[in-house]
Write a protein that binds this ligand. Structure first.
Ligand code: PHE
Length: 442
C-alpha cells in the first residue's frame, strides 16, 4: 500500500504526502452514472439538456475526473487559503492534482476552446463530507454557460442582444420570489467593466432559463406522480432566488425550491467574472454560468429517498427505470423496497493527549477532522452505513483530554444485516480508528 504511484482510469499519477484517496473512492471513479442509459441520473441530465438545446449549447459528458489544482481552484479565482482547498474537504491525488470538486473546474478550458455560444458539462464530482441520506462523497453536477460576443452582436451592444434572446424564451406560470435588485453594491456587486444594463439583461436570461428548466423537471415529476397515484393533488410550485457568493461570478445567486415543506437549495449561478474570460483568451465574451446537483434533482423528480440508491446494482432499483431514456412519457415515481432494520452501534474514544510527543496538534491536543472519521467508516462499511452522527463530546476537567462518541447506523438497502455482521463491521471500524487516528477506545 506504500507504492509511490497510483493508476486512475488507466492514467498513472505520482503519490506524495498530499495523497488521500481511499479505496472506496478509487472504486467509484469511472462509473459515470450520468451516461448510463436508463439510470435516473442520466434521465435527469437529459431532461435538463432538453431546455438547453444543441447546437447553441454544446454538451460535454466525458471530461476526465482528475484535474489540476489550477483548474479546480486557481483558474476560478479561489484564494490560496480557501477552505475548499483543504485536505479534509478535497481528495488529493498529489499536491498539484485533485479529483474535481465541481464541474466548474472545466469552465476556463471550455471558454478557451470557444466552440459554441453555450455549453453543458455533466460529470462526477468528489467531496469529502459527512455521511447521511443526502450526502455521498461522489455525486454528479451539470455546469451550464451561455456567452455573447461583443464582436458578433449588432453594434457590440450586448444588453440589446441578450434582451432579444430573453424575448425568445417561453414564459411560464411558476411562482418566483426574487426580492433583491439584480445587483447590490456590497452584497452582490456589479463587475467593473460591465454596465448595469448588461448585468441586468444577462441576469434576466440566466434566471428565466433556469426557471424554465425547473418547470420542465417538475412537469415530468408531476406526470410521474399522477401515473403512480391517480388521486394525487399537486401543490403549486414555488421557487426563490437568493443572493450568493462564488469567487468566479458576480453578481451571484442560488435557486431554492419549496419541496415537502422546506426550501431546498438546488443550484448556484451568476454572471461570469470578466477576468476568467480574459485569462481564457476570449475577452470580448460576456455571459452567465450555473452549476446544478443532479442527485438532488433526481431525488425530487422520482422521489428517491436515499442517495446511496443511485449506486445500487439491485434489480429492484434499476428495473424501475428501464426503458425510460427512450420514453420519458413512461416516467413513474420510484417505489421504495421495504426498509430493512437499522442497527445502531456506538464508538467512544479519547483523542491523544496534548503532552504526548506524538500528539502533533497545534497546542490544543490532537486535531482530527470529522471527515477523516467518516472516511474510515465508509472504507470499512461502504454503502452499508446509512449515517454517522456525533452523540457526545466531553473534555476531561483535569487532564483537558477530549473524548467523542459517534453513533453509526448500519443498514443495508438490500437486505437485513445480522447483528453479527454489524458487529464485525463495527469491530473493524474500532480497530481502524486506533490504527489510523491513534485514538484510545473507551
Ligand atoms: N461550482 C459551484 C458549486 O459547486 C456552482 C456554480 C457554478 C456557481 C457556476 C456559479 C457558477 O457550488
Amino acid at each position: 500500500s506504500k507504492s509511490t504511484s497510483i493508476s486512475i482510469d488507466g492514467k498513472s499519477y505520482i503519490k506524495d504526502t498530499w495523497h488521500n484517496l481511499s479505496p472506496s473512492i478509487s472504486s467509484s471513479i469511472s462509473q459515470r452514472l450520468h451516461i448510463q442509459k436508463d439510470h435516473p441520473i442520466c434521465i435527469t441530465r437529459s431532461i435538463i439538456e432538453s431546455r438547453f438545446p444543441a447546437p447553441t449549447y454544446k454538451y460535454h459528458n466525458t471530461f476526465f475526473p482528475v484535474v489540476s489544482t489550477h483548474q479546480n481552484f486557481d483558474s476560478l479565482g479561489f484564494p490560496a487559503d480557501h477552505p475548499g482547498r483543504s485536505k479534509t474537504d478535497t481528495y488529493y491525488v498529489n499536491e498539484k492534482t485533485v479529483l474535481r470538486t465541481h464541474t466548474s473546474a472545466h469552465q476556463a478550458d471550455v471558454f478557451r476552446a470557444n466552440e459554441s455560444e453555450g455549453f453543458l458539462i455533466s460529470a462526477d464530482v468528489y467531496r469529502r463530507d459527512a455521511i447521511d441520506r443526502s450526502h455521498y462523497p461522489v455525486f454528479h453536477q451539470m455546469e451550464g454557460a451561455r456567452m455573447w460576443d461583443r464582436r458578433k452582436v449588432p453594434n457590440g451592444d450586448i444588453a440589446a442582444a441578450v434582451w432579444k434572446d430573453v424575448e425568445a424564451l417561453p414564459k411560464h406560470e411558476m411562482k418566483v420570489e426574487d426580492p433583491n435588485p439584480p445587483t447590490h453594491p456590497e452584497r452582490n456587486p456589479l463587475q467593473e467593466g460591465h454596465s448595469l444594463e448588461e448585468a441586468e439583461a444577462i441576469a434576466a436570461h440566466l434566471k428565466r432559463s433556469l426557471e424554465l428548466m425547473v418547470v420542465e423537471i417538475f412537469s415530468h415529476a408531476k406526470k410521474a406522480a399522477i401515473a403512480s397515484s391517480p388521486d394525487y393533488v399537486d401543490e403549486p410550485l414555488k421557487v426563490r432566488w437568493i443572493e450568493a457568493y462564488f469567487p468566479f461570478t458576480s453578481p451571484s445567486w442560488e435557486l431554492e425550491i419549496f419541496w415537502q415543506g422546506d426550501w431546498l437549495e438546488v443550484l448556484g449561478c451568476g454572471v461570469v467574472k470578466q477576468d476568467i474570460m480574459e485569462k481564457a483568451g476570449v475577452p470580448s465574451q460576456l455571459g452567465w454560468a450555473f452549476g446544478i446537483g443532479l442527485e438532488r434533482m433526481a431525488m425530487l423528480l422520482f422521489e428517491i429517498p436515499d442517495i446511496r440508491l443511485f449506486w445500487s446494482k439491485d434489480e429492484r432499483f434499476l428495473s424501475q427505470f428501464r426503458g425510460l431514456s427512450d420514453n420519458l412519457e413512461g416516467l413513474k415515481r420510484f417505489v421504495p423496497f421495504s426498509k430493512y432494520p437499522a442497527c445502531y452501534k456506538d464508538v467512544a474514544f479519547w483523542l491523544r493527549s496534548t503532552s504526548s510527543a506524538a500528539g502533533g496538534g497545534q497546542g490544543g491536543g490532537q486535531d482530527i477532522h470529522e471527515n477523516d472519521i467518516m472516511e474510515i467508516v465508509r472504507d470499512i462499511g461502504g454503502d452499508v452505513v446509512e449515517d454517522v452522527i456525533k452523540v457526545d463530546e466531553f473534555t476531561h476537567p483535569k487532564t483537558g483530554r477530549k473524548s467523542f462518541c459517534y453513533r453509526i447506523n448500519y443498514r443495508s438497502l438490500e437486505r437485513t444485516l445480522t447483528n453479527e455482521e454489524a458487529n464485525e463491521f463495527h469491530e473493524r471500524v474500532r480497530e481502524a480508528l486506533v490504527e489510523k487516528l491513534g485514538v484510545e477506545l473507551r
